[in-house]
Design a protein around this ligand. Structure first.
Ligand code: FAD
Ligand code: SF4
Ligand code: SF4
Length: 1020
């Protein structure tokens, strides 16, 4: 039995007092200091880990003012803060030991849109892609781009001065910020923007913090102008971290303090919002994807491409796109980046042309492709170009960029313990030196025998390189230091900088060396804003006059130092949890993206794949510290039977008040909310598979504590359901009685029990030509006779609750010239897996797999109707049974139909009149990314038009939506994701592949939606 674990990380009483006082002072936002809440913000995408004292989530700017004013009371004068947005920083910028002020949860308001002037005000927590979605109807967008645009906030983008693809034309965030609204450390709310003349004098004359800031920055920017110009490199990606160069315009004597705040990494003030300028959406966009025989050829060709007046030139090496090929994302680009026959593609350049003059941009693209044709046709082509493809459809352009954006995360999916990590991932040198610089960079990495993938914005000289290191090995921390130092020197040699895109963070220690005598001026700026070193201390610089505090360093505490406390076998076994690299893709705001429904609904980072993975990692570490070997505990559970002693121990542990602060409860709470929809298992770039480790966690957790009563039902539901299905009218009547509903809810924890099918499955089957499979008889049939059959693999739920779908499948098969042989029900086990009954699941999987392997030997296709159940045979069965699973294949309905397209004949024109709308099951879309395309093709073969609808989860997910504890969440997810679809499309033409999804629609709309096979069975 696992022990009780206690993190023993107490909170400093002054901080606790502060949180309590803040609560009493009518702070409208959230204040959290549970261990799980603190852990959720202890990491970002960097290698560092710092546990804060607590997190506050202001509701609005008044909350920020309130929090800062309270902190300025003498008893709280020692309190320190770090602002945080999406938490996607790559260098630990938002990590702190003190209070995290997270402005991303609530401060998401967009207001004062002025379409004529092309400006808008965004609160600090607004996500860039969300803003662009809102303003798209006005033909506008915020142009600086970044790979994390679907989760990064304006607070973070301003503070890191973000930019990315297209920066030559669109610039950096700071170039589009008109004014910044911020709370200073004295609690005043100010707005910074360009000020000159009398207004500037008036600002400087103020006897307050704002006045001091104006005076200090003005004097430095003016008096040190020459030194500033000499020190700041002349790069498109100009220096972040107190931009003394652009803060002052000597020609107009204008000071714009907002330019200092842009790129200040949250070290000066709390940004509450900003007025930004917007750009008209280009009317023309096209891409040329150029393929090369080597990465070096791609790099050396880049300057030519920039001269072709392209918007952007992005380079990707073969390591990165080979990883992309193994990911779900490749499915959307494989036709756009095809292999070149007989050639090895070892690098690509993605060249975009975009603008508002279609003719001009089109001719630019044509000149480039003409020159590529010449290069390709020329004998002795020296540029290494092996081919190119173009795309002009917006959806294709976006697909190529989505692949490129995912690339950093994909690097984290490398095999082995060494993982590509961020610490030298955003160097910049003048583009003309890039190829030579990279040669030296590669030599440096090769001298350490490191693997790495490379890609970057070659047009501006920015290179993304993440060398693979295993930071659980302390020796490799030393390598990180050596490479860091060497890269700082190398970038300096080529006139560049180490932090060209993602901010400095823990690389702050290189600041003094880089800035030389100017560094003291940065410290004076910091002192004007934050003399007490209270906001994001240690980053960028320490305030002038403070000689005790230190800068953060690349040697600071890393996540690896915690992870290495987990035994290596456990780390390997829980790879799908431990490998989360915090890139934050699971925080994607977009409701149509499948990952992650619970995070989208609750807005709580703990309830995301990253949150769940992080808590599990910590849980494994604490288990080890408490002396528990989780792998042996799992083995013991596999081997043990029912024991009265163990049962009474569980009762005692559950009732014992001393266990209330067991950290395992916090982990369970976040696991309970997970729908086990599996979206993370494929959409996460490193394939963090929450349902996999969630089941293992629940298995161990319930070895110590009692299970809810409903779990007993769940464990046996597949055995019981077929018996219940024999008396549907009786059970439906009983289940409809108020006292029964009450007992079902109170005792078993279930609500809205679905109605059983009547007529029953057996009755329906009798009216068809289907037969129940007789293995011996089938074995005796000739191959030709077997060829006429298809085997239907039933699942307990579809047969009992949605029998008509199965009957319709039989009709469809018959119309396609096939006879259906129905397999007797064998437990699938998915529900056991979900509830963490691992031993029972393994037993069920073993027995079912053995039987299915025999059936598979017949050589007749086996088909399942429900996608989640069918995919369980491939996914969970393989994980639990390993090679002993055998080779049997249960096809999804669409897979079988695709194999038999020649048996589908087009329907008459009169029947083909309607358009249908497909809403596919989450697990199916995740594990079978071609689902939409497959069904569209099948319908097209039948002469029918099918429109795939991009929707998130329906909220039902098997039993999840029927559990009392989840029902409100389940309905809310439905209202957010599915309900709007039925406002747009007529429900009678909407189709859903999942039994759960159809059940959820029945419950919420009181209407039936069909499975797509039912349309075919009726119309064919
Ligand atoms: C896979 C990946 C790809 C990336 N690609 C790019 C890229 O293409 N271009 C690019 O520029 N960056 C990139 N980044 C880095 C990062 O995503 C961006 O810099 C992003 O803008 C950070 O935004 P955030 O909301 O996540 O900020 P956070 O990480 O939460 O914070 C970043 C900094 O901003 C400060 N901050 C946040 N909110 C406030 C506030 N309201 N007031 C004051 N300070 C605040 C924090 O203290 C911290 O110093 C990438 C990161 C990852 C993981
Ligand atoms: S769970 Fe996956 S998507 Fe989310 S932060 Fe971790 S690695 Fe990124
Ligand atoms: S299974 Fe679904 S709900 Fe659970 S963490 Fe993964 S994406 Fe989120």
């Amino acid at each position: 039995m696992i022990p009780k674990i206690n993190p023993e990380s107490s909170i400093d009483p002054v901080y606790l007092n502060y949180f309590n006082r803040l609560k009493d002072a009518n702070f409208l936002g959230d204040i959290e200091y549970s261990y799980s809440s603190r852990l959720a913000v202890a990491t970002d995408n960097s290698v560092y880990q710092r546990l804060p004292q607590g997190v506050i989530f202001p509701k609005n700017r008044d909350d920020v003012v309130l929090a800062v004013k309270l902190a300025s009371e003498p008893e709280f004068a020692g309190l320190k803060f770090a602002p945080r947005g999406g938490g996607t920083g790559t260098n630990g910028q938002s990590l702190t030991d003190w209070i995290v002020m997270d402005l991303s949860r609530h401060m998401r308001d967009i207001r004062e849109l002025n379409v004529n002037e092309r400006t808008v005000f965004v609160e600090a927590g607004v996500i860039k892609d969300y803003l662009n979605q809102q303003i798209k109807p006005h033909g506008l967008f915020f142009s600086p781009e970044l790979s994390t645009s679907n989760r990064a906030t304006f607070g973070g983008m301003i503070s890191n001065d973000s930019s990315g693809q297209g920066s030559l034309k669109y610039g950096k965030t700071s170039q589009h910020v008109l004014t910044v609204e911020a709370v200073l450390l004295d609690g005043s709310l100010v707005t910074f923007g360009p000020v000159s003349g009398e207004a500037l004098q008036a600002k400087m004359n103020q006897e307050n913090m704002e006045g001091r800031i104006y005076r200090t920055v003005y004097n430095i920017a003016k008096e040190k102008r020459e030194e500033i110009l000499k020190t700041f490199p002349d790069l498109n990606r100009f220096l972040t971290g107190y931009d003394l160069k652009h803060v002052y315009n000597p020609e107009t004597d204008t000071l714009d303090i907002s330019r200092i705040i842009c790129g200040a990494e949250g070290t000066l003030c709390f940004i509450t919002g900003a007025r930004i300028d917007l750009t008209p959406i280009p009317s023309y966009r096209s891409l040329v994807v150029i393929k090369y025989d080597s990465f070096d050829s791609a790099l050396r060709h880049a300057p030519v491409l920039v001269e072709a007046n392209a918007l952007s030139v992005e380079t990707v090496d073969s390591k990165v796109f080979n990883l992309a090929k193994q990911d779900i994302v490749w499915h959307s680009v494989k036709e756009l980046i095809k292999e070149v026959p007989d050639k090895t593609m070892d690098g690509i350049n993605i060249v975009e042309f975009a603008g508002w003059d279609n003719e001009l941009e089109g001719s630019r693209m044509k000149s480039l492709t003409d020159s590529l044709d010449r290069d390709l046709g020329a004998s002795g082509n020296t540029r290494g170009i092996i081919g190119y493809q173009t795309c002009t459809e917006l959806k294709d352009i976006l697909a190529v960029y989505a692949m490129r954006k995912k690339a950093v995360g994909l690097l984290g999916n490398a095999e082995g313990d060494a993982k590509p990590i961020a610490f030298t991932e955003d160097t910049v040198v003048p583009p003309k030196h890039l190829a030579d610089y990279i040669q030296e960079f590669r030599a440096l990495l090769d001298s350490h025998n490191l693997t790495y993938g490379m890609f970057g914005h070659v047009d501006s000289g920015v290179l993304h390189v993440r060398p693979a290191l295993d930071l659980c090995n302390p020796e490799q921390e030393k390598t990180l230091r050596e490479i860091s130092d060497a890269v700082v020197a190398l970038t300096a040699k080529y006139g560049g900088i180490m932090w060209g895109e993602h901010g400095r963070g823990y690389r702050a220690e290189y600041g003094p060396e880089f800035f030389g005598s100017l560094f003291v001026e940065l410290r004076k700026v910091k002192a004007a804003f934050d003399p007490g070193n209270r906001i994001n201390p240690g980053k960028i610089c320490v305030p002038f006059g403070n000689d005790t505090d230190k800068l953060v360093s690349v040697d600071d505490t890393k996540r690896g130092s915690f992870d290495r406390q987990i035994p290596v076998e456990v780390r390997h076994s829980f790879r799908v949890a431990v490998s989360c690299n915090g890139n934050g893709l699971c925080f994607n705001f977009d409701k149509t993206a499948p990952m992650c429904p619970t995070y989208k609904l609750l807005g709580d980072r703990r309830q995301s794949p990253k949150g769940r993975a992080g808590l599990t990692r910590e849980w494994l570490r604490l288990m080890q510290l408490a002396g528990a070997d989780v792998l042996s505990e799992e083995k013991k559970l596999d081997e043990s039977g029912f024991s009265l002693k163990a049962f009474f121990e569980k009762v005692s542990n559950t009732l014992n008040g001393d266990n209330v602060n067991d950290f395992s409860h916090e982990v369970r709470n976040v696991m309970d909310c997970c729908l086990a929809c599996k979206a993370c298992a494929s959409a996460c770039p490193v394939k963090v598979d929450v349902p996999d480790f969630r089941s293992r966690f629940l298995n161990l957790y319930f070895s110590r504590y009692l299970r809810p009563a409903g779990d007993i039902l769940v464990k046996n539901i597949e055995q019981v359901t077929p018996y219940m299905a024999k008396v549907p009218r009786f059970l439906n009547a009983v289940n409809g009685l108020a006292p029964v509903k009450f007992i079902t809810k109170k005792l078993w924890g279930f609500v809205d029990v679905p109605v059983m099918s009547y007529p029953t499955f057996n009755t329906l089957v009798k009216s068809t030509d289907a037969e129940y499979l007789d293995l011996d008889r089938m074995n005796r049939l000739s191959a030709e006779e077997r060829g006429k059959y298809v085997i239907l693999v039933q699942d307990a739920f579809t047969s009992a609750y949605d029998a008509k779908v199965i009957a319709d499948f039989i009709v469809l098969a018959s119309k396609m010239g096939r006879k259906v042989a129905i397999l007797p029900l064998k437990p699938n086990g998915k529900v056991m897996h979900i509830r963490g009954y691992m031993k029972e699941f393994a037993r069920a999987a073993r027995s079912t797999a053995d039987f299915f392997n025999q059936v598979y030997g017949l050589g007749i296709p086996m088909v399942g109707i429900d996608p989640a159940m069918t995919l369980c045979y491939r996914d969970e069965y393989r994980k639990i049974l390993g090679d002993s699973r055998g080779d049997f294949v249960v096809q999804l309905t669409q897979e079988w139909l695709l194999d038999n397209l020649d048996s589908i004949r087009p329907v008459s024109a009169e029947k083909a009149g309607h358009e249908y709308y497909l809403m596919a099951h989450c697990t199916q879309k995740s594990l079978k990314p071609t689902t939409h395309a497959d069904w569209t093709r099948i319908f097209a073969t039948a002469g029918l038009k099918l429109v795939p609808v991009p929707v998130g989860c329906c909220g039902m997910a098997g039993l999840y939506g029927h559990l009392k504890a989840n029902v409100e969440r389940s309905k809310e997810i439905y209202r957010e994701n599915w309900a709007p679809v039925f406002k747009k499309y007529p429900i009678e033409y909407c189709l859903a592949t999942g039994y759960s999804c159809r059940e959820q629609v029945r419950r919420m709309e009181e209407k039936n939606v069909l499975h797509p096979l039912q349309v075919l069975s009726t119309l064919l």
